[in-house]
Ligand binder design. Structure first.
Ligand SMILES: Nc1ncnc2c1ncn2[C@@H]1O[C@H](COP(=O)(O)OP(=O)(O)OP(=O)(O)O)[C@@H](O)[C@H]1O
Length: 423
């Protein structure tokens, strides 16, 4: 296998135009653009190329978005060689599987959760599943909207028919209509064959439209017609085909604004939203956090052939304090990576991204708000920050941290208590 190196977005795109790449590793920040620009162009011209995005912590939200736009994986810096090799291998395997894999995939294992919000979600899924209602699932990125949609499908009479998931956010605008409704040969440049769309493919089953906020106005019009008339017309065709598809859609943005500005059609919104379900972010699912962590740990252990892996208590503490902006998906990635890196069967904070440790340690008292800042509070604030960064540096070993700070262990504990730092 050959590798090519490019140092800018333009050089990378040029190389990708000249030859086919199985896999592309790109930084998010490039001198003349960013990795998302690269991803967009690559996915358009070469959908089978696996794209892996490398990113610093501050870009994690962008990275989560990148996954939705078709990136195979994102890797937080600093890059660990074992980890990147593993990801490249599984990325390459995924392309070879993709060729023969039908779009409908078998239902993944599902954690219901026991916190109140999760129980409510489960009750709603049980209730609405067997009906024919269109369901709109709301929730931040990575909260499990697609998983919930599959669950609804499983609880429906359509469970033996197809569940077709379409990420509307990843559909290039100019081909979205053809992807959803199909086209006939010659209807536009590039339409070299007749093609059935996702709606026809899902006939008799359920279609899951993720990121509906991204659908262009034209596609919204066609979608509304498909719902109202239960018929679709392939692009370039005069013939209509009857379809019987249940629609579940999802969005992680507040559509209210798009409705107000007219970017999203209100009539379509009401058709899609006969019933809505709100998925809570992971940071609000404290009771379920450890169940998820253990679930992903066991899965990763199985994947990497490791046995009896356990979390160190400090890891659990960090998990509980961290905000999880990428929600369940982020946890899955963090745990999978940590299990891969774990030595001696214990996942320690050494295997967590450093930035995650730091951000989970910000003490509540560091937000000084609009209070008058006096010399004492400034001194105390820098003392707190120094204590925290030293504890992180000492990998949570408090004796070591005390030594580095030039104080004894007891004084360190007193300071932690005084500042309310719970490590
Ligand atoms: N209830 C669950 N049980 C087990 N794993 C889950 C559950 N919910 C989500 N996950 C895991 O989290 C990942 C992200 O879930 P999913 O793709 O459903 O999120 P999403 O909200 O649709 O994300 P996006 O907004 O980015 O499309 C899944 O791949 C799965 O591994």
């Amino acid at each position: 296998m050959e590798a090519a190196v490019a140092f800018s977005l333009n050089d990378g795109l040029k190389a990708a135009k000249d030859s086919f790449f199985d896999i592309i590793l790109t930084d998010y920040r490039l001198p003349d653009g960013n990795g998302i620009d690269l991803l967009n162009t690559i996915k358009r011209h070469s959908p089978d190329t696996v794209v892996i995005l490398m990113t610093g912590y501050a870009d994690i939200k962008i990275a989560v978005n990148a996954i939705k736009m078709g990136a195979y994986e994102y890797v937080a810096k600093p890059i660990n060689p074992d980890e990147i090799i593993h990801i490249i291998k599984s990325g390459l395997e995924s392309t070879s599987k993709r060729v023969e894999k039908p779009i409908q995939s078998k239902s993944p294992e599902y954690i219901e959760g026991k916190c109140d919000a999760a129980k409510k979600v489960q009750d709603y899924i049980n209730l609405v599943g067997p009906t024919e209602m269109s369901v709109l699932i709301l929730g931040e990125s990575g909260t499990g909207k697609e998983y919930a949609a599959r669950r609804i499908h499983q609880f429906s009479k359509r469970k033996n028919a197809k569940f077709v998931a379409v990420d509307c956010g990843a559909l290039p605008k100019d081909i979205a209509g053809s992807e959803l409704f199909g086209h006939v040969k010659g209807s536009f440049t590039g339409a070299v064959n007749d093609k059935i769309g996702h709606f026809e493919e899902a006939n008799g089953g359920t279609i899951f439209l993720d990121e509906i906020g991204n659908l262009s106005y034209d596609v919204q019009v066609n979608l509304l017609r498909a719902i109202q008339e239960r018929k679709i017309r392939r692009i370039g065709s005069t013939q209509e085909t009857s379809i019987d598809v249940r629609i579940i859609s999802a969005t992680n943005e507040d559509l209210k604004n798009a409705l107000k500005t007219g970017e999203f059609r209100e009539d379509l919104y009401h058709r899609l939203n006969e019933f809505s379900i709100n998925l809570p972010p992971l940071r609000e699912r404290k009771e379920d956090l450890i169940d998820f962590a253990n679930f992903f740990k066991d899965k990763a252990a199985q994947e990497f052939g490791k046995q009896n892996i356990a979390f160190d208590q400090n890891v659990i503490d960090v998990f509980k304090r961290y905000e999880w902006p990428g929600n369940i998906r982020e946890m899955k990635n963090v745990v999978r990576r940590a299990v891969l890196l774990a030595s001696n069967n214990i996942v320690t904070t050494d295997s967590l991204p450093e930035e995650m440790l730091e951000s989970s340690l910000t003490p509540a008292s560091s937000t000084l708000g609009n209070e008058t800042i006096d010399l004492r509070s400034i001194k105390e604030k820098s003392e707190q920050e120094l204590i925290i960064s030293t504890i992180v540096k000492a990998k949570y070993n408090k004796s070591q941290a005390a030594k580095l700070l030039g104080i004894d262990r007891k004084t360190l504990y007193n300071k932690l208590k005084q500042y309310g730092i719970d490590i």
